[in-house]
Design a protein. Structure first.
Length: 315
């Protein structure tokens, strides 16, 4: 049945300091980094390695944000500080504590704060929780419960977040995933992030490829976001792309893909016809807006409202 829904320790005694920007630059350039510290050449222990990975991940995220013009980093917080902030939230989620007990977290989650930095934080916390399970530092049950609490926090925090008030719609996006997909937190974050940028969104769970094809004949979208987390669903994803490619060129939406399974198979996704594969929700927003601008130029429709459409629009 188709479901539619309208509308987030210390190092050795003589440590070698880690320059997060330098690390991010090397990783961005594809340079190999050895996880060793100091002149002794001793391998990092588990705790240090996790801390190192958190800093690397944060540095790369910050570079991605700056690439797409993120204005939210004027506070000068560095990668190590952000990693500590994520750890504070995770501890509260695991221990059922007060997430807002940390003053830094409380400032970020305050009612009047913009939605985008909150969403970016939630996305990074979710990725870190997943890393805990993959690294066997937390049990599946503990991570599942923490993710559930994080999703509640996402919804309650963003329920009162400021929304665009200028009345202008950026575009129309469909977020879709195949039946059998169990990881939906990323979809929620992406949905909220699109909305914070003025997009009209809808979610669709596909039981069969014909579900998506039928939906796209009834609704018109500027963008379709495909996401799935396991290779077991690859066949469904390929069928979804075939349904989109069968549409007339003037009606075919741009397509972006995300999730672990798609980012691990970028070339295959491009061959299927996906326009871009995205690593983060924030990166997806920047790419989506670029694709939307290109699409409107190609179709000579700077404003959707300037042309009457026989097909019902989403929203």
């Amino acid at each position: 049945m188709t479901e539619e829904r309208d509308d987030v320790s210390g190092f050795d005694e003589h440590p070698m300091p880690i320059d997060a920007d330098r690390v991010g630059a090397h990783v961005h350039a594809g340079t190999r980094i050895d996880l060793y510290s100091g002149s002794r050449g001793s391998a990092l222990n588990g705790t240090d390695r996790h801390r190192f990975h958190r800093i690397i991940g944060t540095a790369i995220f910050e570079r991605t944000s700056r690439r797409f013009g993120n204005p939210q980093r004027a506070d000068g917080a560095d990668a190590e500080t952000d990693a500590a902030l994520i750890d504070s939230i995770k501890t509260a989620l695991y221990e059922r504590g007060d997430v807002a007990a940390d003053p830094a977290v409380r400032r970020l989650l305050r009612k009047e704060a913009a939605a985008r930095p909150k969403l970016m934080l939630f996305e990074r916390v979710a990725r870190s929780l997943g890393d805990d399970w993959c690294d066997d530092t937390r049990s599946f049950w503990a991570v599942t419960m923490a993710m559930g609490r994080l999703q509640v926090l996402l919804r309650t925090t963003l329920a009162t977040a400021p929304r665009p008030t200028d009345g202008n719609e950026t575009g129309h996006a469909l977020l879709t995933f195949p039946a059998g997909e169990d990881h939906h937190f990323g979809h929620c974050v992406l949905d909220e992030m699109f909305r914070s940028r003025g997009w009209v969104t809808r979610m669709l769970q596909q039981e069969t490829p014909s579900d998506l094809a039928g939906h796209l004949t009834r609704h018109r979208y500027d963008l379709v976001c495909l996401s799935w987390s396991t290779g077991a669903l690859d066949r469904m994803a390929a069928a979804a792309m075939s349904a989109i490619d069968a549409m007339p060129a003037a009606e075919r939406p741009a397509v972006i893909a995300g999730g672990v399974a798609s980012t691990a198979n970028r070339r295959w996704m491009v061959r299927l016809g996906v326009d871009q594969v995205c690593d983060t929700a924030y990166g997806a927003i920047g790419i989506a807006e670029s694709l939307l601008a290109d699409r409107r130029v190609r179709t000579a429709l700077p404003d959707r409202e300037t042309k009457k459409e026989p097909i019902e629009r989403a929203g």
